[in-house]
Design a protein around this ligand. Structure first.
Ligand code: SF4
Length: 451
């Protein structure tokens, strides 16, 4: 039998782009293509790009250039692909360019330049598809696109308005992942709390019973799938939860242990005026009230958020208001970007643009403050017993995460004396030290859950 045609794959960008990559890889394998781990072994290369900020655009253009130099036959997809002109200007020799979330278009381009094999090995594809994350955690993408028009963001023009996946389909994917041994499901989309708005919260079916296409109903269903008690079952973590009032509905589920007591909610700023210019809801005071209410219902909740420093027109007083908000809110995890004038973003037209240095200086000040807050909050965990999920076992030590730590973006728990653990194991550990972002612990009752 002839060797199957080989496709190389380069995946850049955020978890949402990663899920697109997984979809393309799954389809390629389903059609009988082989995936090449190197440029020179591939018959062509697909590059899934990111176009969110200037540095990501440059990284994507560099990756396309590298694939062209090493292989010569390149198909471009992803967020930067939505700006086809830019890609073609920089690299006119690419075979095809598609936008993000364009599985069918990518496959059409692959078929055109590398005909599909006659006998697809559909049975080689596991039911959960091909995953790029380690075996024990997986991103569960519930929707694509966004109905908001935040003035600093061009995602809606790249990915379009919100399109939610039917809840039955999402739950079946979650079931397949859990059956395949995944221990943690990370729910993602551009705007998780808007899930189902476009479908008017249509009722779907899972396990023969009706479930509405809505974030809180999805969280209940995932909690059921995860097991009666999140401490011993599969972890369910919610990301990109836009701060709508109905987010309050999922906090009791966290308090009851149905899903992880962790919420990733991008507040972006605290000043009412800046939030209005950003076209974001609420204000620092409103958000402080909600954070207090969430902590009252679920004292163990970990709150992660992202902010933008140096937005056009942001005064020193408004920036200080943001710092005061952070002092008051004591968020557990914070990411901050210096405002980046992304091509096509409405905010670029606002008066009072700050020079790059001032934006960067404010970002650094914010992160300096947050480091102190983070260190202070982590100190409170010293002496506590935590449930962790092991990510890596290396000669230098074992790295795990607790409910408070999402992969890639948050801190970790370093475990001493845990040689018997393997990636994907759950263990109980006692914290003996903390630093700015991480915890250090020793096993209390190491145990392996059945795979
Ligand atoms: S909610 Fe997020 S994806 Fe949607 S426009 Fe705002 S920043 Fe962009």
């Amino acid at each position: 039998m002839a060797a199957p045609p080989k496709v190389g794959f380069v995946s850049l960008g955020c978890p949402k782009a990663l899920v697109d990559s997984e979809g393309i890889l799954t389809r390629l394998r389903a059609e009988g293509y082989a995936i090449s781990p190197s440029y020179d072994g591939a018959d062509l290369v697909v590059v899934n790009t990111c176009g969110f900020i200037e540095s990501a655009v440059q990284e994507s253009l560099d990756a396309i250039g590298e694939a062209l130099a090493e292989n010569g036959r390149v198909i471009v997809t992803g967020c930067l692909g939505a700006k086809g002109e830019l890609v073609r200007q920089a690299h006119p020799e690419v075979l095809a360019v598609t936008g993000p979330h364009a599985l069918e278009e990518v496959m059409t381009a692959v078929h055109e330049h590398l005909p599909r094999p006659h006998d697809p090995f559909t049975d080689l594809v596991p039911p959960q598809g091909i995953k790029l994350t380690p075996r024990h955690y997986a991103y569960l993408k519930i929707a694509e696109g966004c109905n908001h028009r935040c003035t600093f963001c061009i995602i809606p023009s790249l990915r379009g308005d919100l399109v939610s996946r039917p809840i039955g389909e999402v739950m079946r994917e979650a079931e397949n992942l859990v059956e395949a041994g995944v221990k943690e499901l990370l729910v993602i989309s551009q705007d998780t709390s808007a899930y189902g708005v476009d479908l008017k919260y249509r009722t779907g079916f899972w396990g023969g019973r009706p479930v509405r296409t809505r974030m809180s109903d999805l969280a209940v269903a995932l909690g059921e799938l995860a097991g009666k008690d999140a401490a011993s079952g599969v972890w369910v973590r919610l990301h990109y939860v836009y701060p709508y009032p109905h987010v309050d509905e999922v906090i009791p589920l966290m308090a009851e242990g149905k899903i992880l007591p962790y919420i990733d909610v991008p507040f972006q700023h605290a000043s009412r005026r800046i939030l209005k210019l950003m076209k974001r809801p609420a204000s620092g005071e409103d958000n402080l009230e909600r954070i207090r209410a969430w902590r009252k219902i679920c004292p163990d909740i970990t709150i992660r958020s992202t902010f933008i420093a140096g937005f056009p027109g942001e005064t020193e007083d408004e920036f200080r208001e943001l710092l005061e908000f952070l002092e008051e809110a004591e968020l557990d995890r914070v990411g901050c970007f210096a405002y980046s004038p992304v091509d096509g973003a409405k905010a670029n037209e606002l008066p009072g643009a700050l020079p790059g240095e001032a934006r960067e200086e404010r970002r650094a000040r914010l992160m300096q403050l947050q480091e102190k807050i983070s260190a202070r909050r982590l100190t409170r965990k010293v002496g506590k017993i935590l449930e962790v999920l092991v990510d890596e076992v290396k000669p230098e030590g074992t790295v795990a995460r607790s409910a408070a730590d999402a992969p890639e973006i948050d801190g970790v728990v370093h475990i001493e004396g845990a040689d018997q653990l393997a990636p994907g194991d759950r263990a109980q550990v006692k914290v003996f030290r903390s630093d700015t972002h991480d915890l250090f612990a020793r096993p209390v009752a190491p145990r392996r859950l059945a795979a």
